[in-house]
Ligand binder design. Sequence first.
Ligand SMILES: [Ca+2]
Ligand SMILES: [Ca+2]
Ligand SMILES: [Ca+2]
Ligand SMILES: [Ca+2]
Length: 201
Amino acid sequence: MSAAEPVPGTASEYDKVLLLENFDDGNISAAPEWWKFDRLETTIAEAKDRRRGQFYLQLTGQAENYYVGGLGAYIGKSAAEYNALALDIYGAGSNSGTLRVQLFDDDNGTYQVEQDKNFKPTHDDQREYEIVVDWEGWRTVEIPFSRFVDVNPGIGNDRWDAGATGGSGGLLHIQIISLSNTPAGRLNIGLDNLQLVKTAK
Ligand SMILES: [Ca+2]
Ligand SMILES: [Ca+2]
Ligand SMILES: [Ca+2]
Ligand SMILES: [Ca+2]
């Protein structure tokens, strides 16, 4: 890589960037506060290369029938000026696992995701994109918002409209569900630099 080439995962290649999380405060309980559920285990890990800053988040955990667990955070910001989610993912080879990234946008102007007893939204869109992590080392994954699929047709307005306008709270939650490639496998994935980005195209 030549010195002039933009470093993947840095702001230089984007028109606009909103950093959601880089884990460099070494604390997942604040700014933002992440919730965690089921068998997902998280460890703040020391980054070995400067693109990752001081820390990243290591995700591990034991699958039961492929499912490990998840983590999520309240964002509550407008995503109107961005067109993709970018995140750095560290893979440990073909059996690292799968991340199902979920975005929730506010469709009833409440600044919160109202949920039923199974934690499914009752008034807001839930949109998903799945990343099969089968590589080794770090990779910046960029997912255009248009690639996220609305998984609750009939609930919310079934449109990606995460701008905080007209009373909408914008992008409310990001949540990441983790799965193993085998029914009783172990997850092994690193996570860093979650950003909303505006790509040039
Ligand atoms: Ca970091
Ligand atoms: Ca809502
Ligand atoms: Ca919907
Ligand atoms: Ca919507």
